[in-house]
Ligand binder design. Structure first.
Ligand SMILES: [Fe+2]
Ligand SMILES: [Fe+2]
Length: 186
């Protein structure tokens, strides 16, 4: 009987390593996006909403900050890039207005929801092979639920009314997917 294959035929340890590396990078990027948004919109009506989401991202980031050294996983070398690019993305969209900032959040969180869902499927496949990671799975499930909340909050705040919404949304999604791809690998 052939064994179920892990993504790219990585070992279970390599799969977990990639997962932690990319999730840590992503939560750091999320923090920086909200930093950028708040730098521009600190007194705007949307500021408390953005601040609430930013606080949840800080908790997500803190969890991965703790897990990486525990599991001896090296963070991505792209940290400085996400530091700058995340902030720039947040600030640039916020400069287009609150709705554009929300369109950015909606687009990022849509991609992150899909990303965490895929990871949960991988963890399930690993559990079926006797390599269960119940604590990690539970954590990712909780974070995923909060990212979905962020996406919905952004939608309710009028993301779709942003200027050039389709192009903005597609662009942010493509950038987020590229950032994920890179952070898994380097
Ligand atoms: Fe997050
Ligand atoms: Fe989020």
């Amino acid at each position: 009987m052939s064994k179920p294959r892990l993504p790219g035929d990585l070992t279970p340890a390599q799969v977990i390593e990639r997962m932690l590396r990319v999730d840590h990078a992503g939560e750091y990027g999320a923090k920086r996006i909200y930093d950028g948004q708040l730098a521009v919109l600190k007194t705007a009506p949307a500021a408390p909403t953005i601040r609430h989401m930013a606080e949840q991202e800080l908790k997500h980031l803190a969890a991965f900050n703790k897990l990486l050294p525990q599991r001896r996983v090296r963070p991505t070398i792209l940290g400085p890039l996400w530091h700058a690019a995340g902030f720039a993305l947040g600030a640039a969209t916020a400069l287009l207005g609150e709705k554009a900032a929300m369109a950015c959040t909606e687009a990022v969180e849509e991609v992150i929801d899909a990303h965490y869902t895929k990871q949960l499927e991988t963890l399930e496949a690993m559990a079926a092979e006797g390599k269960a990671e119940p604590e990690l799975a539970q954590m990712i499930e909780q974070f995923r639920a909060e990212e979905i909340e962020h996406r919905d909050t952004a939608r309710e705040a009028g993301a779709a009314e942003a200027p050039a919404y389709p192009a903005l949304s597609q662009g942010v999604k493509a950038a987020t997917r590229a950032a994920i791809w890179l952070s898994e690998r380097i």
